[in-house]
Design a protein around this ligand. Sequence first.
Ligand code: M6R
Length: 606
Amino acid sequence: MCGIIGIASNKSVTSNIINSLKKLEYRGYDSAGIATIVNGNIDEKKCTGRVDNLEKILFKNPSKGLLGIGHVRWATHGIPSQVNAHPHSSEEVSVVHNGIIENSNELKKKLEQSGYKFKSQTDTEVITFLLTDFLKEFDLVEAINKTLKTLNGSFALGILFKKYDNIVVGARRGSPLAVGYGPQENYLGSDSYALKSMTNKITYLEDGEVCIISNNKVDFYNSKNIKINKKILTLSNDKYTAEKGDYKDFMSKEINEQNITAKNCVKEYVDQLRKDINLYNFPIQPKDIQKIILIGCGTAYHSCITAKYWFEELTNIPIEIDIASEFRYRKIKLSKKNLYIFVSQSGETADTFAALDLCKKNKVKTCSVVNAVESSIARSSDFVLPIHAGPEIGVASTKAFIGQMLVLYILAIKISQIRKEISETEYEKKIIDLKKLPDLIKKTLNYCQNNIPTIAKDFLKAKGSMFLGRGLSFPIALEGALKLKELSYLHAEGYPAGEMKHGPLALIEEGLPVVILAPKDRYFEKTISNMQEVIARGGKVILITNETKKIISENIRFTLEMPESNENLTPFLMTIPLQLLAYHVALLKNCDIDKPRNLAKSVTVE
Ligand code: M6R
């Protein structure tokens, strides 16, 4: 993970680096650092913790260089500490790095034998010393090229040189890197969001490329060291702001705007007049698809599980789902008759990108469902279905989950219609229902605001908790447990309710909070029986349902009554109380809601 920034300007770069690092904190926040060139020497300042700490250091001891690099870290090699924080500098060069150098141990040994003394436990310091060493013999471009060829693994780099004191160098392999163009200054950043306040003119580096940035020009080189020209994109101004507004944190903003997320997404794909779904030149003939494989990580993977149920109900296409970190290493035969769909909010998740890359190499059909449309995954797939959720800043994914599920549901309906697997009347009915979703989400949000804070208190003292559901509610149970774990650091398990008797029932004891998702669907009676088994063993049940008339148990601790809806829309509504539950438990525990410990928003390392 980690975020990097570089600026070459004709004025002091420190405050812009700090502002950009604050935007990049969603990528890592265990330490931060900056290096500039002051009076011909590398001036490095680093700290543990947040960018705010670095800002305080710079306030006391300013660094007024005209070019600089900055970094926010998510530790991979070596604990979060000042010495392991980036940049890593020698007398000659200073490096910030996002990624993992897989042959760092072996390189370190060789460099130590040549007399280099390592200060940190990071893999990055080998890059610093390799560059320093090659610069003794070769010119700038050749030294960079030789260094990059020596490295195995993934990287996005920002580099400063004492000798070349008017340039910042960027290089990428596997980790994202964007170049930005401003007046009398140019930039390097892990993403366009970090550069947003300075420019909307962006070029994305591809794997193997290097850029040399000064305040008045940017040169690009390909992996063969040949100078190349690259397109400058003008990014549109987001209709969403990435500011908290009146909300306490990004997560509460993002949860509360999910009705708008749904509205915008439906508006983008549903032709209101013709009651039709528009997939805008979807290049794959749904009739020709033999199998669909849905791939993602974490929350995005949960949206794939939900989609499996929809696709299976609405189409005759066999569906497989896979976790990207597993898919990328499985020995499977990829087929040109299949469609491989990659789901990712950030579009930069390393495992998902590697899985996509495997498909690209095998020349099979790929499609991505992403939020960040300029991301590596979006740019590399044959076709992109954006979720139109606007920037999601909270590390815990909320509105993007709603958007991912919605796009996948819309795709399932459309494919079903094209393949004539549902009638035109059913198709229209599904579109009419889709249009009701934003209001149903709003209603659910309003209803839950009052109830959830009280329910959250039960989770504080408990040993753990369980989330149970069947069918479409099973992935939502997984998502509810994941949200609670990542935000409040409490143990939680998500399970298909029918699996309880095969082992997990042993965990139920007096007072254990158990969330039961039981919408009015074909599984309802079965789920309620599973709930009774939990109650009989002392579990404290929180029932979430839209079928209250049929519930006849006095021993339910809380019942949340969801609005009536079409069965296929219940996952969207069931998700909301679970997000709010995780949020309120974390709030009661005083956890950092937007930046949970040990995590980062964009998981760009394996
Ligand atoms: O950006 P992506 O959607 O590819 O991210 C995938 C997961 O890392 C992500 O969903 C993660 O599980 C979230 N922190 C969950 O809230």
